[in-house]
Write a protein that binds this ligand. Sequence first.
Ligand code: F6P
Length: 368
Amino acid sequence: MDTIDPSKIKKIAINTGGGDAPGLNAVIRAATLAALRQGWEVYGIRHGYRGLLDSKYLIQLTKDRVRGITHLGGTILGTANKGDPFNFPMEGKNGIEMVDISDRAVENFRKLKFDALITIGGDGSHRIAHSFIQKGMPIIGVPKTIDNDMIGTDVTFGFDTAVTTATDAIDKLHSTAESHERVMVVEVMGRYAGWLALNSGLAGSAHAILIPEIPFDIEKVCEKIYSREAAGRHYSIVVCAEGAYPKNGGLIVQDENIIGRREPLLGGVAKYVEKEIARITGKETRSLVLGHLQRGGSPSSFDRLLGLRFGAAAIQTLLEGKINVMVALDPPIVKTIPIEDVIKGMKSVPLDCDSIHVARYLGVSLGD
Ligand code: F6P
């Protein structure tokens, strides 16, 4: 395990990377207050790593600066999901070129006399963190994402709030779907994992839930709609994860190549499902995409508490002399795991998990 002498720590930095998630500010507050208590100086690096490239994006985090932010959505530090210093878009002779400016970031980190970085992010941010660790930067990771797709932690903060937001939306669709005797198809986020769709779909009493882990057969979804019709229920709610895809087709993406971004932008599966259901069943069908609504708003009390626990645990980890690990929830405790293990894969919904069984017992169609 990589170590640091805690008695030598004087100054740390905190950044937030990737898509925002409710609970980020709770982590920033807890980590800042815990570090200030040790007599350390704390700086926030604004917009991912930009503050390491240009000091105007650095802000000192004081007790006052982190006052009253636990309940706020977003991040007071700003974030970016295309500012990877190892693959940074810059204006070159032939237009935008991708360059590796990581050495400059490491040099500035040292010049600024930072002893460690607390990086709060998802798998992309932890991948960047791992590359910086190879260059000698001491890092503690904190797992964030509404997708809940990070391995090593039971849950990421932000997920609970997003599930609640999506569930509220699904709840509201029942009355309009029933009044108009329509099928409503709702697309939720989650990237390549079905956690958000499965949990909000179950909690919101959806009749079909489509997740990336189970490529769907649209005919099976229509069978569910027909069986409801036969039982006198003339409306249905279908929840689709944005990463769900038909058994005989591929992933549906909005934008494949966004400069400076590793991943394609997913989206559009609900429209596809809407059209197919209308074509096959002849029923009036509508779709909607919940989109970034799921990332917004005040964090739930669960996410606030988890954020505060993770923030405090990040500092506790440094005090124990450990670095290059991510804090993780392993109920009832917060533990640490090496960042190199976190980036080995993603956490999908296991097909034999309890929630999948619940869906099947409830008669919810999973499209298979
Ligand atoms: O990872 C979080 C997430 O909200 C995903 O669920 C979604 O696919 C993606 O980010 C959207 O990214 P952007 O904010 O760039 O639209």
